[in-house]
Ligand binder design. Structure first.
Ligand code: AMP
Ligand code: MG
Length: 412
């Protein structure tokens, strides 16, 4: 029998087998969800020129120190500065320029007075430029002005290699004119369900048969994180069929193969045999519940996870082992599950293995509170659907009283 590994040990051994995939330059519009493969430095100050944060009048603050609604200060309007133009106006004492949000400040001006604080309240385009404007408000130098470099200074590191690109990062890159960028190629993952009892969801059941569940859960888990899946469908407990399916994965040039079932020590477990003959297989006992047996190997050089057959075990195996491996392949620096702490609303029993329990988390007071959902059997998918979180009960813990603190992470 192989040694019993902790989840942490198993994960470390697994991750050592993966490296980030190759780097390609891709257009910015296609980059959301990918992981940046280089540090990006600011090519310019942001903003690059001092500009108005309001529609209003660019003025010299020294001209309007005494301006109030009761005694407005009248200034001569020298010109118009719409956004997208660069002013050649220079303001002297007693002068103002009409300015739109985002337009560059003219030389001489040191602040902006919003239109609402003047007698010219219209701001629609095409409005005739007035000769004079009355200012009702005294503002300070710099008010309503976005100065050069307020957001970012030229040369600063704006995004580091290993960053997953969300819409906000894409926006920042666009702001700096980054039209294409180096990212890690995203993995392509094949999914295979094994077992003589399995029938596709759109075919009628026969006595003793069940619908394939894991194929659907795994393929959509990949979809959810933007990884493309190759559906290898179902194969029976038959070495020849398993091998033919895995050969299809090789033809598709996939980066990873996920199988479910057929890795336990049962009489009809052919996945193991096929892997042992065409690559390698490590059969691990991981001190966890659900999902103690985990097979990890290679098929013609492609890494393979042999996930357990029970639907909840397969789901948990994906969360705990496959997700971090995918993250590493995609180029992320690390995989950080967002653990939080909750107080138990009921006592619970565990068997001393590191346990992942399906739970409903509600908000306090104070803080988060946890209650288990339904039957925790590893075939019972309904209680996973009813859960909004997984609790983590550490190894060595056999029971926890009401009020004990537990760690959990939200399942969306
Ligand atoms: P095994 O690992 O083959 O011993 O399977 C363990 C349990 O998981 C058995 O009850 C199987 O029927 C069930 N099972 C295996 N594969 C699937 C699947 N793709 N969908 C639903 N249940 C499955
Ligand atoms: Mg089976």
């Amino acid at each position: 029998m192989s040694e019993l590994l902790s989840v942490q040990q198993a994960l470390e051994r697994l991750l050592a087998e993966f490296s980030p995939l190759d780097i390609n330059n891709i257009p910015l519009v296609d980059a959301a969800g990918s992981v940046l493969a280089a540090n990006i430095f600011a090519s310019r100050d942001m903003p690059e020129f001092a500009n108005s944060s309001m529609d209003g009048f660019a003025v010299r603050s020294s001209d309007i120190v005494n301006a109030t609604p009761a005694s407005p200060v009248s200034l001569a309007v020298k010109g118009d500065i719409p956004a997208g133009t660069y002013p050649d106006i220079k303001l002297g004492p007693g002068e103002a320029a009409r300015i739109m949000t985002g337009a560059p400040l003219p030389v001489g001006a040191d602040c902006v007075v919003p239109v609402e604080q003047t007698n010219i309240i219209g701001r629609q385009s095409g409005l005739a430029l007035p000769d004079r404007v009355e200012i009702n408000l005294s503002v300070h130098p710099g008010d309503y002005v976005r100065p050069i470099g307020q957001d970012v200074r030229k040369g600063e590191l704006i995004l580091s290699a290993g960053t997953r690109l969300r819409p906000q990062e894409i926006g920042l890159l666009a702001m700096f004119g980054v039209a294409d960028l180096p990212v890690h190629r995203r993995p392509v993952v094949a999914v295979l369900s094994t077992g003589d009892e399995l029938i596709p969801v759109d075919e009628p059941l026969q006595p003793g048969k069940i619908h394939d569940t894991n194929g659907y859960t795994l393929l959509t888990s990949l979809q959810k994180i933007g990884v493309s899946g190759v559906n290898l469908g179902i194969v029976g407990d038959n070495a020849q069929a398993v091998q033919e399916s895995l050969d299809r994965a090789v033809e598709h040039n996939v980066d990873l193969i996920l199988t479910s079932a057929g890795v336990s020590v049962g009489a009809f477990d052919y996945v193991r045999t096929v892997l042992e003959q065409n690559g390698g297989l490590q059969f691990w006992r991981v001190n966890m519940r659900p999902g103690k047996p985990l097979a990890f190997g290679t098929y013609h050089g492609i890494p393979v996870f042999g996930l357990p057959g029970n639907p909840v075990s397969a789901f948990v195996g994906f969360e705990i082992f496959v997700l971090p491996a995918l993250e590493k392949m995609r180029g992320s620096k690390s995989f950080n599950r967002r653990f939080q702490r909750a107080v138990l609303l009921e006592s619970l029993e565990s068997d001393g293995r590191e346990s992942y329990l399906r739970a409903v988390i509600t908000s306090g007071p104070p803080g988060w509170q946890a209650k288990l959902t339904g039957h925790q059997g590893s075939g019972n998918l309904r209680s996973l659907v009813q859960a909004n979180a997984m609790l983590l009960v550490p190894s060595g813990v056999k029971s926890l009283p009401i009020g004990a603190e537990v760690e959990f992470w939200f399942l969306d």
